[in-house]
Design a protein around this ligand. Structure first.
Ligand SMILES: NC(=O)N[C@H]1NC(=O)NC1=O
Ligand SMILES: [Zn+2]
Ligand SMILES: [Zn+2]
Length: 450
C-alpha cells in the first residue's frame, strides 16, 4: 500500500544543510517524513514547486512586536504576518518595547496570552535583565524564555533600565547556572550619553552628528567588557546586532580561547551604509548606527568566514510620527522583519555568491541550534515541516503596500530585490501565499531544551 502523507512538495530545489538538491519532500503530522527524488505515495495536498527553492523558513532571533502595551507601534498580528510574508516561521520577541516590559513571570504570561491568540507563526520570548529584576530570572526561566536581553546603554524605554556592571556580573553568574544565554546591546553608556548631551547642547542634531555621538569605539569597548564578564562567569554571551568588524574580531578571538560568545548581525548593517542613512533619513535610524562602506566590506568578510552566528531583523518599529524631527532626537529603530530573506538572497547570494545553504544556516539552523529549540531549523527528516518557497529569479521593487507592518514604512521601499517569497509553510500548513496571509493564527510557543 502506498504511503499517505499530509503534504508532498514536488520538484523543488531544497536548500539543505549540505547544499542544494532537487528532491521531493513529504510531510506527515507537521513534520518532514521523507526527502528524496520522485517520492512515491499520495498526499492530501500536493504542491508543485518547479522552479522554486525551498528554504527551511526563517527563525528571526530578534524582533520587537510591542504587544501588549504599545500596539500602536506594531502588534503580534501585524508583526507575525510580515514575518510570514518574508518567509518566516518563528521569532523570538524582545522584552521591550512592549509594556509592561518582560521582567517577571506575570508580564511574560500576559504576552504569552496574546501570542497564543494572535501569532501566525511560532514564537519564543526573551526575558529582560535589568538592575531591578535580578531576583526574577529563575521564574522567567521556568516560563520557558529562550534567553535574556540587556542593554549596556540607555534602552530608549525608561522602564527598561540599563545593565550596570554589577548587574552584568551577578546576572551572568545566575544565567550561567540556569544554562540560558544573555544577549547584550553593546554600546558604552557613558560615552554615548555624554556625546549625545554635548551634541544637543550645541544644537548638533543632524545625521552626521548622531554618528559622531555613537562612534565605533562605543561598541568595541563594550563588546570586550561583556566578554570579560562572560569569561569570568561562564555565561553564554550573544552580542546583539554587531555593527563593527572590529567587534566581530574580538568575539572571534574570545571564542578561540574558549569563551562561550557569539554574535548576531542585522541585514541593515550588511546592506546599508552611513551614506545611505544620510540619503534615507530617520527611517534608517538605529542604534548602534549603520557604519561606513569600509566597515561594511569587512563585515561581509566576517559573514563569509563564519564569524557571525546568525542574521536577524531587529525589527523595531514605532509610530511614524516619532520619526518626524531632528535626526538625533527621533526614535531609533528600523522596520525590517519582512525583508531579511529577500535582502540576503539579493545582496549575499546574487551579488556576492554566498551559497544558499549558508543563508539558510544564518537565518534558521544556527538560530535554532544556539537557542536549543528542538526539531526546528533545517530540511531534514523528523524536523518541523517549515518551508519558505522562493522564486530566486523574481525581481521586484519593494512597495510600501507590500508591507504587512502596522505602519508601511521601511528603508528598503523603492529598492530592487531579486528573490521573492511565494509561499510560507509552518508545520505543514500554508500561512502565506502569493502576497496574502491565508491562515488563522496557529503559532506555538517554542521553549529551549535545557
Ligand atoms: N528599544 C529598542 O527597540 N531599541 C532598538 N532600536 C535600535 O535601533 N536599536 C535597538 O536596540
Ligand atoms: Zn539593541
Ligand atoms: Zn532590538
Amino acid at each position: 500500500m502506498s504511503k499517505q502523507y499530509d503534504l508532498i512538495i514536488r520538484n523543488g530545489i531544497l536548500v539543505c544543510p549540505e547544499g542544494t538538491k532537487k528532491a521531493d519532500i513529504a510531510v506527515y503530522d507537521e513534520k518532514i517524513a521523507e526527502i528524496g527524488p520522485e517520492l512515491a505515495g499520495d498526499a492530501k495536498e500536493t504542491i508543485d514547486a518547479k522552479g522554486h527553492y525551498v528554504f527551511p523558513g526563517l527563525t528571526d532571533g530578534h524582533v520587537h512586536f510591542n504587544d501588549p502595551g504599545r500596539t500602536e507601534w506594531e502588534t503580534i498580528t501585524t508583526g507575525s504576518s510580515a514575518l510570514a510574508a518574508g518567509g518566516g516561521v518563528a521569532y523570538f520577541d524582545m522584552p521591550l518595547n512592549c509594556s509592561p516590559c518582560t521582567l517577571d513571570a506575570k508580564n511574560l504570561k500576559a504576552k504569552l496570552a496574546v501570542a497564543e491568540k494572535d501569532s501566525l507563526v511560532d514564537y519564543g520570548f526573551w526575558g529582560g535583565l535589568t538592575p531591578k529584576n535580578l531576583d526574577n530570572l529563575e521564574e522567567l526561566a521556568e516560563c520557558g524564555v529562550i534567553g535574556f536581553k540587556a542593554f549596556s546603554c540607555h534602552s530608549g524605554i525608561d522602564e527598561f533600565e540599563r545593565m550596570d556592571d554589577y548587574t552584568a556580573l551577578v546576572g551572568m553568574a545566575k544565567l550561567a547556572k540556569l544554562g540560558l544565554p544573555l544577549m547584550v546591546h553593546c554600546e558604552n553608556a557613558e560615552i554615548t550619553k555624554d556625546l549625545t548631551a554635548l551634541a544637543l547642547a550645541n544644537n548638533q542634531t543632524t545625521v552626521r552628528d548622531y554618528f559622531a555621538a555613537r562612534p565605533p569605539i562605543t561598541e568595541i569597548e563594550n563588546v570586550s567588557r561583556m566578554i570579560s564578564f562572560a569569561e569570568e562567569t561562564g555565561c553564554k554571551l550573544i552580542i546583539a546586532h554587531i555593527s563593527t568588524a572590529k567587534g566581530v574580531e574580538l568575539v572571534t578571538e574570545a571564542r578561540r580561547r574558549g569563551v562561550d560568545v557569539c554574535c548576531e548581525t542585522i541585514g541593515h548593517y550588511l546592506i546599508l551604509t552611513d551614506d545611505d542613512v544620510e540619503r534615507l533619513g530617520t527611517v534608517a535610524k538605529c542604534s548602534p548606527p549603520i557604519r561606513s562602506q569600509e566597515n561594511q566590506t569587512k563585515m561581509w568578510g566576517k559573514l563569509f568566514n563564519g564569524e557571525i552566528a546568525f542574521v536577524s531583523s531587529d525589527h523595531s518599529p514605532c509610530d511614524p510620527q516619532l520619526k518626524n524631527g531632528e535626526f538625533l532626537k527621533v526614535w531609533g529603530g528600523i522596520s525590517a522583519c519582512q525583508t531579511t530573506l529577500s535582502g540576503l538572497i539579493t545582496h549575499a547570494h546574487h551579488q556576492r555568491q554566498l551559497p544558499l545553504e549558508n543563508i539558510a544556516k544564518l537565518t534558521s539552523q544556527n538560530v535554532n541550534e544556539i537557542f536549543k529549540i528542538p526539531g526546528k531549523g533545517k530540511l531534514a527528516v523528523g524536523f518541523d515541516a517549515d518551508f519558505a518557497l522562493v522564486d530566486l529569479k523574481d525581481e521586484f521593487i519593494l512597495q510600501a503596500e507590500d508591507l504587512f507592518y502596522k505602519h508601511q514604512v521601511s528603508p528598503y521601499v523603492g529598492d530592487r530585490f531579486q528573490g521573492r517569497v511565494k509561499q510560507t509553510i509552518l508545520r505543514g500548513t500554508t500561512v502565506f501565499k502569493d502576497g496574502q496571509i491565508v491562515s488563522k493564527p496557529i503559532g506555538k510557543h517554542l521553549k529551549p531544551n535545557i
